[in-house]
Design a protein around this ligand. Structure first.
Ligand code: FPP
Length: 234
């Protein structure tokens, strides 16, 4: 019989998000092209996402590609698009046995028809699974809000509540965001989940994303659990 490691139960964290920064610097430090950093970052993504689910956290969101990232060198953009396509192919085989529901956050309209089709097929195939993995891809927090406001106008809504906005975000299916972890040492949110993070906690670390480990994940989670969240109250 397997014994459960209760020291690794962080189910009070219902939704965690990662800004996976530092891939380029990780590669540069090793004299490798930046693209190698993204390939290594994709491996870390898979490991950390699974580690979160194993700790009882039901919803994981990662920032894989922003609306601004299109202006990076073509070779780098192509590499990230290819990594995503490879990940989808891998996930198509594994996702149901791992009970993971994949949802892409962002505007799929700018993706190639082939990648868009693959992304939508994976969402459809995994839609009845229990854990939620949100992959922010061609995602921008402001862009997301513009989409919501356009929808509200199209629907003819005039008396708008916070719930009207929250329920039309790409994260409509996810619980409230608890914790955002940013690796790579920068202290900013870079247009990520700007509505959702209103009352989220932040954890910043200088560790570069490919080096982010399960030990450091536990450190971030313990740090979060020791915080007192007041949500604006006393
Ligand atoms: C930021 O690091 C990282 C990105 C813009 C891309 C993140 C992408 C991945 C981890 C791979 C995605 C793949 C899957 C399958 C989810 P940076 O390039 O800005 O690093 P730097 O600040 O050191 O230059």
């Amino acid at each position: 019989m397997q014994t459960e490691d209760v020291s690794k139960d962080f189910s009070q964290v219902r939704h965690i998000a990662f800004i996976m920064d530092g891939n380029g610097r990780w590669a540069k430090l090793r004299g490798l092209p930046r693209t190698s950093g993204h390939a290594e970052g994709a491996k870390t993504f898979d490991k950390i996402m699974r580690a979160c689910f194993a700790r009882g956290i039901n919803t994981v969101t990662v920032y894989a590609f922003s609306t601004e990232n299109w202006s990076r060198p073509e070779v780098e953009v192509k590499t990230i698009l290819k990594l995503m396509s490879q990940y989808i192919s891998y996930a198509e085989k594994k996702i149901n046995e791992n009970d993971i529901r994949v949802i892409f956050l962002g505007d799929k309209g700018r993706l190639s028809p082939a990648l868009r089709k693959k992304a939508e097929a994976l969402e459809e195939k995994s839609k009845n699974n229990g854990h939620i993995l949100n992959i922010a891809f061609n995602y921008g927090g402001r862009d997301e809000l513009v989409h919501v406001f356009r929808r509200l106008i199209q629907e003819g809504k005039t008396d708008i509540t916070e719930d009207d906005i929250t329920s039309r975000l790409y994260t409509a299916e996810s619980p409230a965001l608890d914790l955002v972890v940013r690796t790579g040492g920068d202290l900013r949110i870079s247009n990520f989940l700007i509505w959702q993070s209103a009352y989220a906690e932040y954890y910043f670390t200088p560790t570069l994303w490919p080096d982010f480990s399960e030990e450091e994940l536990d450190k971030a989670l313990l740090d979060f659990c020791a915080r007192e969240r007041r949500f604006g109250k006393v």
